[in-house]
Design a protein around this ligand. Structure first.
Ligand code: BG6
Length: 303
């Protein structure tokens, strides 16, 4: 039987040799992108980029083989959007961790092909009764995903209310790596970080980051690009950002990953999260009528 929503989306937004809307795992509606530069897939639930693979490369983004795909549930892997708060809610522990944007449906606003052969998709989230119950501010979010040899994800937040609000946000991207033992992260040397594994104590990064146990850190006031250097794949993933002051580095390691139930055996060894964010001390005050834009740009370099 044909799905009327899919028919409608494809009538309005599919572009030959760029993007088509399909029914994905768990019945989720997915924008499947394939152009001359890369393939990608984005679930409309959460405007969640699930995969990105430039031509001739291994996947850049990690999606758990054991991910659960279901309405209202966050997907393990890809690039979940943490919005409008990061981590636990500041005052109400009953509200969902990392906000609600990653588990609600977004609207497709636009798709287009650029003259450079990239595919651009724009998704929107406007407030409604359910979101207002959790976030009492007239506001809206837009996610613009540009798929080419590089992947750009831009999250824009508009304040439509008469007062300023504080915004916490992250593009919580899981990166595919050969083996966590063959990977290090550079670009954070000298930065202060809050160590969640050690009761949020404040520390300073010395040199590159290697991971051999649970790591859960929010780096503050990060000055520039970060690199995931993967000697196993002979490549570096460069993570550039705009209007983001924090970087979150996370790997749950064995025990926590096992408890989560959607990593699979040793799943954590093939991923690292490097999240472009404004979190904790770096949350953003958005003035009435203002639009705040944060972006992350992922590219692959040979090592
Ligand atoms: C990270 C947090 O950003 O996300 C971790 O720093 C958290 O503390 C992780 O465990 C995953 O969160 P979730 O809600 O997707 O399981």
């Amino acid at each position: 039987m044909s799905n009327p929503d899919l028919n409608h989306l494809n009538q309005h937004f599919s572009i030959a040799n760029h993007v088509q809307f399909i029914e994905g795992p768990g019945g989720l509606t997915v924008a499947a992108v394939a152009n001359g530069e890369a393939t990608a897939s984005i679930a409309l639930q959460g405007a969640h980029v699930m995969t990105f693979q430039p031509q001739g490369q291994e996947p850049v983004i990690w999606l758990s083989k054991f991910a659960k795909f279901a309405a209202g549930k966050s997907i393990r892997g890809g690039a979940p959007i943490c919005w409008p708060w990061f981590g636990s809610h500041a005052t109400d522990a009953s509200l969902p961790g990392h906000g609600f944007a990653r588990t609600v449906m977004w609207q497709v606003l636009e798709t287009r092909a650029t003259s450079a052969g990239e595919t651009v998709l724009r998704f929107g989230l406007t407030d409604n009764e359910t979101t207002r119950a959790q976030w009492p501010h007239a506001s809206s979010a837009e996610l613009t995903v540009t798929v080419g040899a590089t992947l750009r994800i831009e999250l824009a937040t508009r304040n439509d209310s008469p007062t300023a609000f504080d915004l916490g946000e992250a593009l919580h991207t899981y990166f595919h790596i050969s083996d966590v033992a063959k990977m290090r992260i550079t670009g954070l040397d000298g930065c202060a970080f809050l160590d969640k594994v050690d009761g949020f104590s404040r520390k300073q990064q010395q040199g590159a980051i290697s991971i051999a146990s649970e790591v859960d850190r929010v780096y503050l006031d990060v000055p520039g690009d970060c690199l995931i250097e993967d000697s196993g794949l002979g490549r570096r993933i460069r993570i550039a950002s705009e209007n983001a002051r924090s970087v979150v580095v996370w790997n749950p390691w064995t025990e926590k990953a096992d408890k989560m139930g959607d990593f699979g055996p040793d799943g954590h060894k093939g991923m690292v999260c490097l999240e472009t964010a404004n979190a904790l001390e770096n949350i953003v005050s958005v003035a009435p009528g203002e639009t705040h834009r944060m972006a992350a740009i992922y590219s692959v370099e040979k090592m």
